[in-house]
Design a protein around this ligand. Structure first.
Ligand code: GDP
Ligand code: MG
Length: 418
């Protein structure tokens, strides 16, 4: 049975994600991984595409793609916004703050004359443009990234001389499959900004943290801006920010870009981590206890294998190792492994696939989502459904209903033409 055969309201566990290349990797990055639970929300009026719920968020996909996803039907176990008090008992780690010791910081600040550069990275619709406008005001410069038709905007942070923020394209992952993803990843790897401002949509946190984890692996100072906090708290949700900061090992600042709340706090943290070069404390997201630890052993084995090459070619080690396991040709080429090392790599990966029972890309995506679900379980109290969402759902029911959609469409078009 495949996902497209599932009825509205029913759930299933993914058994297989067929297909190959960019699209498959994209699905894995979105959390469509063997073992994950999906439920069907609705179908479009003509039956295609369909909307599903996975990892606590909604995803729309074509039936042709859904047909490649094998499932076994199951009872839904997805937690339906069970209100649960997240205890704010973790002391504030104070990462990225003035006067706090940082084990990975440099101690000496960069001189005031050095231009501090920042990259603004986040999912689409996470509020990146809104935040960028808040940060820079009118000091914006629009251009193109060299060689590609991807817009590049940069500007100085308001009130802070010698700073430069660059707005990178909205992406979900650091995979090399779309021009946007490649631009963002190469910008971070090659331009080496002093800091990354990672904007995270707190109302879609599971999907957004996937990118965060890959940024932390890139071993560059990161501050996480938890955006849309007004919407989250307005609908009864909450986040234990201290706990999240502790688990991610990098400063987490709750903000609301649209309401201009928390922006000053964010800027202070960003400038501090950049000036003192305070890198993330956590990169080891794999765990010995997860599913027998095969992925954990594989990641560390590959990291040991390529350590000298990563250093020589200026690639962050954890990033290089996880990308090699995913089968990323660009990273493989850049590292210049010899034949023997490449074969060893393939043997390690093969063994992991055998022990883990998942293919290489799926195993890495699964490892990331395992960590994310741990973070969310400990830190996030989900909001109830917002009024806007209820309204939108009601309107959809009529506008996209099986019997009402086409007549309404004809009526609206008729009105437009008349
Ligand atoms: P981008 O695609 O990441 O550039 O996101 P945008 O900046 O275009 O924002 C997407 C939508 O989210 C817009 O409708 C914004 O008004 C809205 N938005 C951005 N920040 C916030 C926020 O802090 N709170 C709320 N409630 N909405 C926001
Ligand atoms: Mg935008």
């Amino acid at each position: 049975m495949t996902l497209k055969d599932l009825e509205i309201g029913k759930s299933g566990i993914i058994t297989e994600v067929a297909g190959e290349g960019a699209l498959r990797q994209h699905f894995l990055d979105m959390g469509v991984i063997p073992g994950a639970e999906v439920s069907v929300i609705k179908f479009a009026p003509l039956g295609d595409p369909m909307e599903i719920r996975i990892h606590g968020y909604e995803l729309t996909m074509r039936l042709a793609d859904a047909g490649k996803i094998g499932i076994t039907p199951s009872e839904s176990k997805q937690k339906q916004n069970k209100p649960r008090s997240v205890e704010n008992t973790t002391p504030h780690p104070g990462l990225g703050e003035e006067g706090k010791f940082h084990p990975k910081g440099s101690g000496d600040p960069l001189p005031d004359t050095e231009i501090l550069s920042f990259a603004l990275v986040g999912n689409q619709n996470s509020g990146k443009t809104t935040l960028f406008n808040q940060l820079t005001g009118a000091n914006q410069h629009v251009g193109n990234f060299p060689g590609v038709t991807v817009d590049k905007k940069d500007g100085e942070i308001r009130g802070y001389k010698n700073t430069l923020v660059t707005d990178l394209p909205g992406i979900y992952s650091m995979s090399p499959y779309t021009a946007e993803e490649l631009v963002s990843r190469n910008f971070v790897l090659d331009e080496k900004p002093h800091g990354v401002i990672n904007i995270v949509d707190a109302t879609n946190i599971e999907r957004n943290l996937y990118l965060t984890m890959q940024l932390l692996e890139m071993d560059i100072p990161v501050v996480v801006a938890l955006n849309m906090m007004d919407e989250l708290t307005g609908n009864g949700g909450s986040i234990d920010v201290n706990r999240m900061e502790h688990m991610l090992g990098t400063p987490v600042v709750p903000i609301s870009a649209a309401k201009n709340e928390g922006i000053d706090e964010l800027i202070k943290h960003a400038i501090h981590i950049a000036r003192y070069r305070e890198k993330p404390l956590e990169q080891d997201f794999c765990s010995q206890d997860d599913n027998g630890g095969a992925v954990h052993r594989c990641l560390h084995a590959v990291a040991h294998l390529v350590e000298d090459h990563a250093k020589e070619h200026g690639l962050p080690l954890r990033f290089a190792a996880s990308k090699l396991i995913e089968g990323d040709d660009q990273v493989l080429k850049r590292l210049g492994l010899d034949k023997n090392e490449t074969e060893t790599l393939e043997h390690i990966v093969l063994q992991m696939e055998k022990e883990r029972g998942l293919d290489r890309s799926a195993a890495i995506a699964d490892m990331r989502f395992c960590f994310i679900s741990k973070v969310c379980e400990e830190c996030v109290n989900k909001p109830h459904e917002s009024r806007e969402h209820i309204r939108s759902r009601r309107i959809d029911k009529v506008l996209t209903g099986r019997f009402t959609a086409i007549p309404l469409f004809i009526a609206i078009m008729g009105m437009v033409f008349s």
